[in-house]
Write a protein that binds this ligand. Structure first.
Ligand code: BGP
Length: 464
C-alpha cells in the first residue's frame, strides 16, 4: 500500500476529560466517580477514575508527547462536573476555567487543533439523584446551560465542537446492559432517554448558533456506528439486520443529520406502545437544528441474526433489542485481548452509507483502535513497546478509508483512540489503546513504535 490522503487531513487521537484528567480539584462527582465511591468492587481491579492518566497535572508534558508523534488535532472533553460551580444557576468554577484555558492555549501553541466534546458519559451524579439524569428533559436544559458557558468562554479559540460522545452507549450502558451507573434494565426508559439525549443535542446546536464567537466554528455529534451484517440473506435475518441498523445507528444518525427519526422504527415503538414522549415543538426544534458535521467512532461490526424466539411471543419486559440476536460468525477475525471482531472493511461500508444515505455530510473517524492487555509483553530492552499489531490494524483501516475517499466519501480525518493509555469505564487500565504507554504507578509515559510510525504518516500525509 502507498496511498496519499487529502490536504489538511486531521491526523490525531481522542481522549476524554474523565478518562485522562483524574479527579484532582474537581468540584462535583459524575456517575462514574460516584459509582466507584459506593461500589469499587464493580470496577476492574477495583481501580476507578481517581488518577486516570494525570492529565490535570501533566498536560504540558503530555501535549509535548502528542506533538512529537505528529498529532495535528486532538479530541478531549470539558467535564461538566469540573467546569460548573452550580449546575442550575449556571455559575462556573474559576480554577476550572483557568485549567481549560491553559489546556486549549497549550494545544494551540503547539500547532494542535483542540477538538472539544461536551459530554463523554459524565453525567453529574447530583442531577441523577435529584432529577433522574437523562430520564429528565430538565437535565437536558441544564446541559445546554453548561454548553453555553463553554461557548462563551472558549469559542474564540476552539472551532470544533461536539455535543455528545456515543449517546447510544449511554442508553445501552445505563438502561439496557448495565455497564454504566445507574445500572438499570428498562426498555421503555431506554427509548425515552435516547430521545432526551437527541433533544439535548439539538438544543445545544441551537445555542451554539446563537453564542459561538468564531466565524469558523462548527458543531457536530460523535456517534458510534456498528454496521450490522446479517447471518444470511433470509427474509428474517435481513429484517433483523435492518431493525438493528435503525435502532443502533439510524436513530441518532438520521435525527442529527436529516432532522427525522427513522420512520419504520417509530412505527415499531408505536405498535409496541413504547413511543417516547415528545411535543411537536420539540420535533420541530430537532428538525431545524441538525449538525454541521459528524464524528464517527468505529471499532467492530455487528453480526446479526433473526431472534430465536419470535419478538411477538416474548413474555419478558419490552426491550428495544428484542428484534435481533447476536450472531457469532464462524471464522471471524477476533482481537483476543478485547474480544472485539476486527473487520477493517466496515469503515468503507460506513463511508459509503454516509455518502449515499446522509447527504454525504462531512465527517471524520473520531475513534478507532485496538485494545491490548499486558502490553508490557511487547516491551523491548530500551522500554519501548513494539506494537506492530497496532500499526497493522491502523494501516488496514486506513486502506479502506482511503479507498472510500477516492470514491467520493467526505471524510476529513482519522483519530485513534487514544493518544496516551488512559483509564477506561469497563476495564480500568487493562486494555491499552494508546500511541504512548503510561506506567500507572509512576506516570512515566513512553512513545510506542506506533507513535513514531504515525508521526511519519502525519508528516508525509501518506500510508505505506
Ligand atoms: C469508546 C468510548 C471511549 C473508550 C473506547 C474504548 O466507546 O468512547 O471512551 O473507552 O470506547 O473502549 P474500552 O475503554 O471499553 O475498551
Amino acid at each position: 500500500m502507498n496511498v496519499r490522503f487529502p490536504k489538511n487531513f486531521w491526523w490525531g487521537a481522542a481522549t476524554s476529560g474523565p478518562q485522562s484528567e483524574g479527579r484532582f480539584k474537581k468540584r462535583h462527582a459524575n456517575v462514574f466517580d460516584y459509582w466507584y465511591e459506593v461500589e469499587p468492587e464493580k470496577f476492574h481491579d477495583h481501580v476507578g477514575p481517581t488518577t486516570a492518566s494525570n492529565f490535570y497535572n501533566s498536560y504540558k508534558e503530555d501535549i509535548q508527547l502528542m506533538k512529537k508523534i505528529g498529532l495535528n488535532s486532538v479530541r478531549t472533553s470539558i467535564q461538566w462536573t469540573r467546569l460548573m460551580d452550580d449546575f442550575e444557576k449556571g455559575t462556573v468554577n474559576n480554577g476550572a476555567v483557568t485549567f481549560y484555558n491553559q489546556v486549549i492555549d497549550e494545544f494551540l501553541k503547539n500547532g494542535i487543533r483542540p477538538v472539544i466534546n461536551l459530554h463523554h458519559f459524565d453525567l453529574p451524579i447530583d442531577l441523577y439523584h435529584k432529577y433522574g439524569g437523562w430520564e429528565s428533559k430538565y437535565v437536558g436544559e441544564l446541559f445546554v446551560k453548561f454548553a453555553e458557558k463553554c461557548f462563551e468562554l472558549f469559542s474564540d479559540r476552539v472551532t470544533d465542537w461536539f455535543t455528545f460522545n456515543e449517546p447510544m452507549v449511554i442508553v445501552e450502558g445505563e438502561y439496557l446492559h448495565q455497564f454504566h451507573y445507574p445500572n438499570v434494565i428498562d426498555g421503555p426508559k431506554a427509548v425515552q432517554v435516547a430521545y432526551n439525549l437527541q433533544l439535548a443535542s439539538a438544543k445545544t446546536v441551537k445555542k451554539f448558533r446563537q453564542n459561538n464567537r468564531n466565524p469558523k466554528g462548527k458543531i457536530g455529534i460523535i456517534l458510534n456506528l456498528t454496521p450490522p451484517y446479517p447471518a444470511s440473506n433470509s427474509v428474517e435475518d435481513l429484517a433483523a439486520s435492518n431493525y438493528a441498523d435503525r435502532w443502533l445507528n439510524q436513530f441518532f444518525m438520521k435525527a442529527s443529520t436529516n432532522g427525522h427519526f427513522p420512520e419504520k422504527l417509530i412505527e415499531v415503538f408505536k405498535k409496541d406502545g413504547v413511543m417516547f414522549d415528545c411535543s411537536s415543538d420539540e420535533l420541530t426544534l430537532i428538525n431545524e437544528n441538525t449538525v454541521d458535521y459528524l464524528g464517527l467512532n468505529y471499532y467492530h461490526p455487528h453480526r446479526v441474526k433473526a431472534p430465536e424466539i419470535s419478538p411477538n411471543s416474548l413474555t419478558v419486559d419490552w426491550m428495544p433489542d428484542k428484534y435481533y440476536d447476536e450472531y457469532e460468525m464462524p471464522g471471524r477475525r477476533m482481537n483476543v485481548d478485547k474480544g472485539w471482531e476486527i473487520y477493517p472493511k466496515a469503515i468503507y461500508d460506513i463511508a459509503m452509507d454516509v455518502k449515499n444515505n446522509y447527504g454525504n455530510i462531512e465527517w471524520f473517524v473520531s475513534e478507532n483502535g485496538m485494545g491490548v492487555s499486558r502490553e508490557e509483553r511487547y516491551m523491548n530492552p530500551q522500554g519501548r513497546i513494539e506494537d506492530d499489531y497496532r500499526i497493522q490494524f491502523i494501516q488496514e483501516h486506513l486502506y479502506w478509508l482511503h479507498k472510500a475517499i477516492a470514491e467520493g466519501a467526505n471524510c476529513f480525518g482519522y483519530h485513534l483512540w487514544t493518544p496516551i493509555d488512559c483509564w477506561s469505564w469497563g476495564n480500568a487500565y487493562r486494555n491499552r489503546y494508546g500511541f504512548i504507554s503510561n506506567n500507572i504507578h509512576t506516570q512515566v509515559k513512553t512513545i510506542k513504535k506506533s507513535g513514531y510510525w504515525f508521526a511519519e504518516v502525519s508528516k508525509t500525509n501518506r500510508v505505506e
